[in-house]
Design a protein around this ligand. Structure first.
Ligand SMILES: *[C@@H]1O[C@H](CO)[C@@H](O)[C@H](O)[C@H]1NC(C)=O
Length: 256
C-alpha cells in the first residue's frame, strides 16, 4: 500500500515537473534545470537550516534530508524537520554561484503511509534570496508585501511555484509560515546559470601587454574556447587561464 502510494506520488511528480517545464518553456525559456538535486547536485554542505529536530540524537531530520526525491533509506525517512514549529524557520540552498531561479518545488516529509494524522508538511512559505547570507531580501508581491506561496497538502505530491519575475541569486531560503503537524519538508529549485550570451571581453591593443579578464561568476568546465570577434590585422593570439581544481569533498586520494 505504501509502495503503491509512493509510486503514484512519484509518477505524479514527473507529471508536475513536466507541466512546470512546459510552463517555463511557454515563457520562451529553457531555464528549468533542477538546481539542488538534479544532474549537477549541490554538495550536502550547501544545504543548511535554522534548526533541526533531535539533532543531537540522530541524523534523520537534518537539512540534507530535504533533497526532493529522498525516501526511506538506512538513515530514516526523507525530509528536513525544524526543531521549532514557528514561522522563523528556514531551509537554505547555496547554489555556489548566482543563478537564475525560475521556480520552487516542495514536498512534505516522506513517511507514515496512509496515516494522515501523522503526516508532516508545510502548507505555505515565504522566500528569501541574496548573494550573501547577511544580506537577504524577501521575495515580494506587486504590492511590496512578502509573497506567501501555497505549498503542500500531503507528504508526496510535489507543489511547483513558478517565480514571476525570476530571482537572480546564490542563496535561497524557504521560510515556512504554515504547516501540518510539523515544519518538515523536501524541496528543490528550478533555474539555470546566469548567461549573458552577448558578453564581449576586451582583448589586446598591442602584441606584448597581457590583458587579464576576471570571470564573475567563475566557470566550472573542462573545455574553454576563446572566440575572437574583433582583431587588428589578423586573428592571432596567445592565452592562458586562471583557476584552481574544483573542490570535491569526495575526491579520491591518489597514493604513490
Ligand atoms: C547576485 O549577483 C548576480 C550576478 O552578479 C546579480 O545578477 C544579481 O542581481 C545579484 N542578486 C542580488 C539579490 O543581489
Amino acid at each position: 500500500m505504501v509502495a503503491k502510494n509512493l509510486l503514484s506520488g512519484f509518477t505524479f511528480f514527473f507529471l508536475i515537473i513536466s507541466a512546470a517545464v512546459q510552463a517555463v518553456h511557454a515563457h520562451g525559456s529553457q531555464c528549468s534545470e533542477l538546481l539542488v538535486s538534479g544532474k549537477n547536485p549541490v554538495p550536502d554542505s550547501a544545504i543548511t537550516a535554522s534548526s533541526t529536530w533531535a539533532v543531537n540524537v540522530d541524523t534523520k531530520h537534518i537539512p540534507q534530508r530535504s533533497r526532493i526525491d529522498l525516501g526511506l533509506d538506512a538513515v530514516g525517512n526523507g525530509g528536513w524537520s525544524a526543531n521549532f514549529n514557528d514561522d522563523k524557520q528556514w531551509l537554505q540552498f547555496d547554489l555556489g554561484f548566482s543563478r537564475k531561479i525560475t521556480g520552487v518545488i516542495t514536498k512534505g516529509r516522506q513517511g507514515y503511509g496512509t496515516d494522515q494524522s501523522r503526516w508532516q508538511y508545510v502548507t505555505a512559505y515565504r522566500l528569501q534570496y541574496g548573494n550573501a547570507t547577511d544580506d537577504m531580501s524577501v521575495y515580494s508581491d506587486h504590492d511590496h508585501e512578502p509573497e506567501v506561496f501555497d505549498a503542500n497538502w500531503n507528504p508526496v505530491t510535489p507543489q511547483v511555484q513558478l517565480l514571476d519575475p525570476p530571482i537572480n541569486a546564490r542563496y535561497i531560503r524557504i521560510n515556512p509560515v504554515k504547516w501540518h503537524n510539523h515544519v518538515s519538508m523536501r524541496a528543490d529549485l528550478l533555474g539555470c546559470p546566469l548567461t549573458d550570451t552577448n558578453k564581449v571581453f576586451d582583448g589586446n591593443w598591442n602584441p606584448v601587454t597581457p590583458q587579464v579578464q576576471l570571470l564573475d561568476p567563475p566557470i566550472n568546465a573542462r573545455y574553454i574556447r576563446i572566440n575572437p570577434v574583433k582583431w587588428h590585422n589578423h586573428v592571432s593570439m596567445r592565452a592562458d587561464l586562471l583557476g584552481c581544481p574544483l573542490t570535491d569533498t569526495n575526491k579520491a586520494t591518489i597514493i604513490g
